[in-house]
Ligand binder design. Structure first.
Ligand code: ATP
Length: 302
């Protein structure tokens, strides 16, 4: 029995690690208290999850229809392709369906019709755990564990070395801040420890994601504005994490997406305009109106 205890104990901690990961992700995606009803396929396709192993993935939404409740369709035929390594931005009014798109990509729900595809295959063909390992998210508001700041970063890839953790922190521009803390990487953070500012938490999330090294990145931009200096640091860190990675940005400030390969303008569950920043400005439609409303050129300088 004693011989069995070791491995069982190990399995137990792996299991609880997976549960924590799922709970955390659900929390980040605003899905707490939602019942999850998707199932793994009987014969899942293998998929590489890390950028270092397989490069960026292709993401496609193909005529996706979706409803949370049968009586009300939320997405009415959404289609787009994010080529490997490209950046696609989603903008639009509140309730248009932007977050729903990221939830479907993670397969928190299944589509009613059409398909969500990763590397040319329906996400329903993969194991959920693999799918979620292949996609990283930097959420609007990061949940910190009541643990050390080092653990909070290492959580991106449990098993990473201290050196890898510090390298990720450097790239996320939070290493120097961590060194200035009383106990450095061993400083306790979270509700029962040191409280971090919104910008610091976001950089922890970025460091975590750099360490996770996913092939696809979802950035859920914060609605609340940070001060200009913090904002610039965050933007620089985000550039690092999204470089070479297929990136989906749910954007609120248009100044952060002028360089996107494609911008999708959503309204009431449909893509009503699409194109690059320049093309959309020239079209003088809804996007151009939003741009003017946000202060036009001035927005890029703020
Ligand atoms: P915002 O910019 O305000 O975050 P959004 O474009 O991300 O909005 P979604 O969160 O995708 O919008 O929501 C799209 C629609 O789906 C909204 O009308 C919303 O009320 C509805 N909705 C979202 N989550 C659920 C849910 N769990 N059950 C039922 N309806 C939902």
């Amino acid at each position: 029995l004693l011989q069995l205890y070791g491995p069982l104990n190990f399995l137990g901690s792996v299991y609880s690690g997976i549960r924590t990961a799922l709970v955390d992700l659900e929390h980040m995606m605003g899905l707490v208290d939602e019942s999850i009803e998707v199932a793994d396929p009987a014969h899942p396709l293998p998929i590489a999850t890390r950028l270092a192993d397989a490069g960026p993935a292709e993401v496609e939404f193909r005529n996706v229809h979706f409803s949370y409740r049968p009586e009300r369709e939320i997405l009415h035929g959404v289609s787009f392709v994010a080529a490997p390594g490209s950046k696609v931005a989603i903008v639009g009014t509140t309730g248009a369906g932007k977050s729903t798109i990221s939830r479907l990509l993670f397969r928190f729900y299944d589509v009613s019709s059409g398909s969500v595809r990763l590397d040319g295959h329906d996400v329903r063909d993969y194991r959920q755990a693999d799918l979620r390992a292949a996609i990283g998210v930097v959420p609007q508001d990061t949940v910190l564990f009541n643990d050390t700041i080092g653990y909070n970063i290492a959580y991106g890839r449990l098993g990473a070395t201290q050196e890898e953790v510090e390298q990720a922190a450097r790239l996320a521009q939070i290493h120097d801040f961590i060194l200035s803390l009383p106990e450095g990487y061993a400083t306790q953070v979270g509700e029962r420890g040191l409280k971090l500012s919104g910008g610091e938490k976001q950089r922890v999330a970025i460091a975590r994601t750099i360490l996770k090294d996913p092939r696809v990145l979802v950035l859920d931009e914060a609605t609340s504005a940070l001060d200009t200096h913090t904002e610039q640091e965050i933007q620089a860190a985000l550039k690092t994490v999204s470089a070479r990675r297929t990136t989906l940005v749910i954007a609120h400030r248009l100044s952060t997406i002028v360089d996107a390969d494609e911008i999708l303008v959503m309204e009431h569950g449909q893509v009503v305009e699409r194109g690059t920043h320049e093309a959309l400005l020239a079209a003088q439609g809804r996007y151009a109106g939003m741009w003017a409303a946000q202060g036009g050129e001035a927005a890029t300088e703020g």
